[in-house]
Design a binder for this molecule. Sequence first.
Ligand SMILES: [Zn+2]
Ligand SMILES: [Zn+2]
Length: 220
Amino acid sequence: MKKSQFMISDHPELVRFFASKNPGQLLFFVLPLWSFALYILERSGPSLAGLVLGVLYWTFLEYAIHRWLYHTHFKSRTLNYLLGSFHLYHHQDMGDRRVYNAGFGMIYLLTPTVLAPVLLVTRDPAFLASLTLGLTGAYYFYECVHFLLHYRAYDRGYLGYIQRYHFHHHDRAPHKNFGNTSHLWDWLLGTYDARYKNYLMPAATRKSLITEKTSEALRA
Ligand SMILES: [Zn+2]
Ligand SMILES: [Zn+2]
């Protein structure tokens, strides 16, 4: 059998391990991490520095994973086949809502991986638990934002700004504007494209939004 470009097309059953239906389902996978962090903080008290650094750490990871993992073309075909499923597939089919949010497989692989280097530097439980809370809280915020961006169109406010920013990346500049919740790291690392301010959503992109698809199904 001829292989598709991305693993998700050949093995749709894997979606349930690596994706969530919506941020509500994802909350069930994030809650145990928050409960564990809060349990530790109940004894030792929170560390403000840990919380702030955790949020900053996530915003950097959000940028780094998107730019250097998802948008890099690797020599290995297997790696492109596998990693493309997580994001380039989303670029190819913006209307497939199965892949708007990550699932428990991603969360429980990623969290220990990104926390391990911090463990080597510090063994302070209050700092580590606060960092985990800041990081996973900012991560969950990102997942909610990404879902909402593909849910409906926004004219103004934070969601209006970040929708133009993200959809400019989707539709016009896939090698710019990698941030999904802010333009901080794009601006610091030279991939900021201010032309997103003039972005007007094309009809095809509008049709891919959840609310548009739902009203289309109701009309049919
Ligand atoms: Zn998107
Ligand atoms: Zn992208």
